[in-house]
Design a protein around this ligand. Structure first.
Ligand code: 9MR
Length: 355
């Protein structure tokens, strides 16, 4: 389609056109139809950021949004309950700002990566005070620089069918469901211009467990909206299993429900879990790229995500090999660049949607 044609399309006709193409299996991204482009983001680990000069080069050349991978977590900032250590976060934020890159903040509340002193708190009053103080300090410091936040991360149980809706954590155990209200209302009050996300994994296939997870997210969004607490979007982490099919229709239904509530969607942590794929690198890379396309074409048939971000850029600095090891001991290849910074087919797949 030429640019000229794209410009003449109204949003409604673009949606209809996209829908028709989606049915025919030829769907381009909605952003492509509308003539805009989806920003490409990447999570960045501090240690290679400091020590691998190529990483900085790649961020400058290819990335629109920088997501500090670990340094904004509680255990990155709050080693001691008495003070805030922003040294690591500042390095990444300063680099992004100086180079005209956007920033997405990860994360203000999680069940994991908490310092021990935090997990030991049992008084609801004290925990609420500590949470409010933390969010005011962190969001306040980066207001105007970090434009969007994963306000809460993984607050839905892994399997709500068997575990109830909520993830157990110090937050849920001590404060109950209102931990989410406190987090969003404090973030909104501290930086009214920031876009606020609820971020979670396993929202992309059509298993009963995933449907229950989507339902739980929708209920949390309803809860916040009933209380007039701002929430702007849902982060689909998209740690995708190469062996699982994307639930195209189920994903479209979920996104439609989110749109009806006025929320948008971002892809926040994409990588492809390749532990069950054949060892042959070329076959594996092709399958990883195909899964990337399968997901992004399903997604962009029903929405324009605010960004498409991968959890790292280079296979060398990925968590996938540690958590999803292969039986044959071959190294994981879950990301757009290989260990030596050669672009892989996954990179081309992403660029079809972001470039
Ligand atoms: O990739 C991250 C790894 O380096 C950290 O050790 C770990 C604990 O802080 O968190 C990993 O990132 C997780 C992210 O924060 C939330 N979604 C799942 C990611 C992979 O575990």
């Amino acid at each position: 389609m030429t640019k000229c044609t794209a410009n003449r399309l109204t949003r409604r006709s673009a949606l209809q056109f996209g829908g028709a193409l989606a049915l025919s299996g030829l769907a381009p991204s909605m952003a492509a139809i509308a003539g805009s482009r989806i920003p490409f983001g990447a999570a960045v680990l501090l240690e290679p950021f400091r020590n691998d000069p190529q990483l900085k080069r790649m961020l400058l050349d290819h990335v629109d949004v920088i997501v500090p991978m670990n340094v904004l977590k509680w255990d990155g900032i709050r080693h001691s309950k008495k003070f805030f250590d922003f040294s690591g976060a500042d390095e990444l934020v300063d680099f992004a700002v100086q180079n005209g890159k956007r920033l997405h903040g990860h994360t203000l509340l999680w069940y994991n990566a908490n310092p021990q002193w935090l997990d030991a708190i049992t008084s609801p009053k004290r925990l609420e005070r500590v949470l409010v103080e933390h969010i005011e300090e962190v969001v306040g410091r980066y207001a105007g620089r970090i434009g969007s936040w994963d306000v809460v991360n993984e607050v839905v149980a892994h399997d709500p069918l068997n575990q109830g809706k909520w993830r157990t954590s110090v937050w849920y155990n001590v404060l109950g469901p209102k931990h989410v209200d406190i987090a969003f209302s404090t973030a909104a009050r501290t930086d009214p211009t920031a876009r606020l996300y609820i971020n979670d994994y396993d929202l992309e296939d059509d298993s009963l467990r995933t449907k229950a997870r989507q339902e739980a997210i929708l209920k949390i969004v309803h809860r916040l909206q009933r209380k007039n607490i701002p929430v702007h979007g849902v982060g689909l982490q998209a740690h995708l299993y190469a062996e699982r099919k994307i639930g195209r229709e189920n994903l479209a239904r979920f996104i439609d429900q989110l749109h009806r509530l006025g929320l948008d969607v971002a892809v926040t942590e994409m990588d492809i879990i390749d532990w069950k794929l054949p060892a042959d690198k070329a076959i594996r890379d092709a399958a990883v790229a195909a899964k990337t396309r399968e997901f992004l074409s399903a997604l962009t048939a029903s929405t324009t995500p605010r960004a498409i971000s991968t959890w790292g850029l280079n296979d060398r600095y990925s968590w996938i090999g540690d958590v999803f090891p292969r039986d044959d001991q071959a190294r994981a290849r879950p990301l757009p660049f290989d260990r030596d910074w050669n672009a892989k087919p996954m990179f081309d797949a992403i660029r079809e949607f972001t470039a």
